[in-house]
Design a protein around this ligand. Structure first.
Ligand code: SF4
Length: 700
């Protein structure tokens, strides 16, 4: 028996796993938490603990096919390369796109990004992380000059006040939540505040729950900023020495928020609750604000992030133990994708497509004169362009947009009429794979080999437990092979994931001592890592630089930011309500989210009987008053209709819902429930800065 250390493939907590392979032929494996991994110290949640039940070959995509006919790899790769080249030659590079995933390993992400942005010459590569945390990226970039999470898990244990804003961490980041619960047991002074329209499982440990009116978070945080100013609770020295833009931001905060009573009225809260929150924030130095999809998935998600960050800048509570604005990303490798520029508006190694110097630097490093020099289409706009026939070929990797995108029926129709749809995945029968002209089998968790970065910036190894099944290949290999056949032979000549990792690290270090060390994300030590050390790589917090060879626990401890003048920026925030308001025809606001025991579209968690037992079918939570008014009995079926589509769900009456607000989980697909696909209902409104969809506020 062979015990291998690897990383959980589900949420952004990034827990370490010890997998003992009992039988590699039948894929029998015993899973337990890695007691030495700093993310989880041996603990696993229900999803991670049942990973052993999900590694069978059931519903695995095992062989390449073209138009449903099994082919060998050479035929499949030649076909994809030739068709992409034909379409590019005829219509230009903007006529093709990649839509990728936070499930990809950093090495896969890097190679996909390099091919599209560096060699095809368009930035039409976006990722399902767009739906998850792209507003948080904008928030950090605007405030700090770079997309940088300042905090770590230890800060949760050192804090005396933790705000969970738009975050049901108990279900969506369970092991991080358990750390908060434990910290609260150890420190009776630690207060937890949940700011969420719903009373979720995270409220179990809350000292205060503020069921804020959907979409009003920015106003609430503007209220905190104004309160800090009015009550002399600012860190004026920090504001003067390390920030700019405070006067305008606080003026706008005062103007928009008004008194505690006005904030409470606008947010649908009691004045007493708002007053308590303001008072606790003002008087608790060690404050961490955790925010997640409830903030990000909004037409004003970026502004909400900056309203939160403003309050931390005003109190100097960043980069110090037990303090900071802490974005919780959803996916296992959303952060790795951010490092390699996986979003359509970013370039590799945290450089910018809008900066000619950065474009030039990456172009010279990659040895390509074709590099994209402007932002590509973000997810919703990308599928709109496919629907309009402007994009004629799309390659979708490790994700299921026909289920997860807003206005998902439109996405489905777009792919049905697209000239070329290539899907590479480890799963055979997804709603998206059914629309593919070419299917390419990728390795899955338990076979993949590379790195992921968790939400506290910790790089960990995913290691293979078994050889690849069937004809499956690693994503980086598939992309490289297509790139070589498209004519980019030298630049994609990788022999291993370690090869790709070294190049990614070398690019990160390339000319990185310029610009007054604005991008000190120096992975140069990793640029020389050999196969043995890559295999043995221990979890380490990015960035790893000359001064921080063991990684960096906390960012901005010195108050120096990545802006041109090294100062952080306050952003003036004018709160905006959700774009589409409920009306007489669509009187409810639909909120969407995750369940404790499922992950994404259930392609993996759906294989574990223990997990599906928790909630076996799609449901809608509704307040008892609304249910009575509509004559909906518990366990009856409700048809949920928006302007964009409809779904069916089992009625669950829950007093934890607000009156006028419904909640549905995101997980069911056309395969698992013919009418339970929530993406069909969700409005395709996006944040103007981040392009992130407003997935939590659709009138229905
Ligand atoms: Fe996996 Fe997240 Fe659960 Fe940890 S908390 S075991 S990373 S799903």
């Amino acid at each position: 028996m062979n015990t291998i250390k690897t990383t959980c493939p589900y949420c952004g907590v990034g827990c370490g796993i010890e997998a003992t392979v009992e039988d590699s032929t039948t894929h029998r494996v015993t899973i337990k938490g890695d007691s030495t991994h700093p993310a989880n110290f041996g603990k696993l949640c229900s999803k991670g603990a049942t990973l052993g039940d999900t590694v069978s070959l059931e519903n695995r995509l095992l062989y390449p096919s073209i138009h449903g006919q099994r082919v060998d790899w050479d035929s499949a790769l030649n076909h994809v390369a030739a068709r992409f080249n034909e379409i590019i030659e005829k219509h230009g590079p903007e006529a093709v796109a990649f839509y990728v995933s936070g499930q990809l390993l950093t090495e896969d992400y890097y190679v996909a990004n390099k091919l599209m942005k560096g060699f095809i010459g368009t930035a039409n590569i976006d990722t399902n992380s767009r739906l998850c945390m792209s507003s948080a990226v904008v928030g950090y970039k605007r405030a700090f000059g770079a997309d940088t999470v300042p905090c770590n898990y230890e800060d949760l244990e050192l804090a005396e006040l933790i705000l969970l804003v738009g975050s049901n961490a108990a279900w969506c980041h369970p092991i991080a939540f358990q750390r908060i619960r434990k910290a609260k047991e150890n420190n009776p002074n630690l207060k937890v505040v949940v700011i969420d329209p719903r009373a979720t499982a995270s409220c179990d440990i809350a000292d205060l729950h503020l069921p804020v009116k959907p979409g009003m978070d920015a106003l609430l945080f503007n209220g905190i900023l104004a309160h800090l100013q009015q009550n002399g609770r600012l860190d004026q020295a920090y504001i003067d020495d390390h920030t700019e833009g405070f006067a305008a931001a606080v003026s706008e905060a005062q103007h928009s928020a008004g008194s505690i009573e006005q904030v409470a009225s606008a947010c649908g809260l009691s004045s007493a609750a708002v007053g308590t929150l303001f008072d606790w924030f003002a008087h608790t130095e060690k404050t961490v604000t955790v925010y997640s999809q409830g903030i990000n998935q909004s037409g004003s998600g970026s502004d909400k992030c900056n309203a939160i960050i403003n309050c931390h800048l005003a109190t100097g509570r960043i980069g110090k133990p037990g303090m900071g604005p802490f974005s919780f990303t959803g996916q296992p490798n959303a952060m790795g994708g951010r490092e390699v520029g996986g979003l359509a508006n970013t370039l590799a190694a945290h450089m910018d497509l809008d900066n000619p110097e950065h474009v030039d630097r990456v172009s010279r490093f990659w040895g390509s004169d074709k590099i994209a020099d402007k932002q590509g289409l973000k997810a919703v706009a990308m599928f709109d362009a496919i629907a309009a026939g402007q994009i004629k070929a799309v390659w979708i990797m490790a994700t299921n947009p026909v289920v997860s995108m807003p206005d998902a029926d439109k996405v489905k129709h777009a792919l049905q009429q697209c000239e070329l749809v290539v899907v590479s995945d480890c799963i055979a029968n997804t709603d998206t794979a059914q629309l593919a002209h070419v299917l390419l089998p990728a390795t899955g968790w338990s076979e993949k080999d590379g790195t992921v970065t968790n939400l506290e910036r910790r790089i960990s190894r995913q290691r293979p437990l078994f050889p690849a099944s069937g004809a499956a290949r690693h994503d980086w290999w598939i992309i490289s092979q297509v790139a070589q056949r498209m004519g980019f032979r030298e630049a994609f000549n990788y022999a291993s994931s370690a090869d790709v990792f070294r190049e990614h690290a070398a690019l990160s270090a390339f000319e990185n001592d310029t610009e007054h060390q604005l991008r000190d994300f120096n992975l140069s030590a990793f640029a020389r890592i050999d196969q043995h050390d890559f295999d043995a790589l221990q979890p380490v917090q990015w960035p790893v630089s000359a001064g921080h060879t063991a990684g960096t626990a906390r960012m901005f401890a010195d108050g120096q930011y990545f802006t041109a003048n090294r100062k952080a920026r306050f952003i003036s925030i004018t709160p905006r309500p959700p774009v589409n308001a409920p009306n007489a025809d669509y009187p409810f606001t639909l909120n969407t989210g995750r369940l404790r025991d499922q992950w994404h579209t259930m392609t993996r968690t759906g294989l574990a009987a223990k997990l599906t037992a928790h909630r076996p079918e799609p449901f809608v939570e509704i307040h008892p008053t609304d249910a009575e008014r509509l004559g909906l009995a518990a366990r009856s079926l409700a048809n949920i209709q928006s302007l964009w589509g409809n779904m069916l769900a089992r009625v669950e009456i829950n007093p934890g819902q607000q009156i006028g607000s419904l909640f549905v989980p995101m997980h069911w697909t056309g395969q698992t429930s013919s009418h339970g696909r929530m993406g069909a209902v969700v409005n395709p409104v996006v944040d103007p800065h981040s392009g992130q969809p407003e997935s939590k506020q659709t009138p229905v």
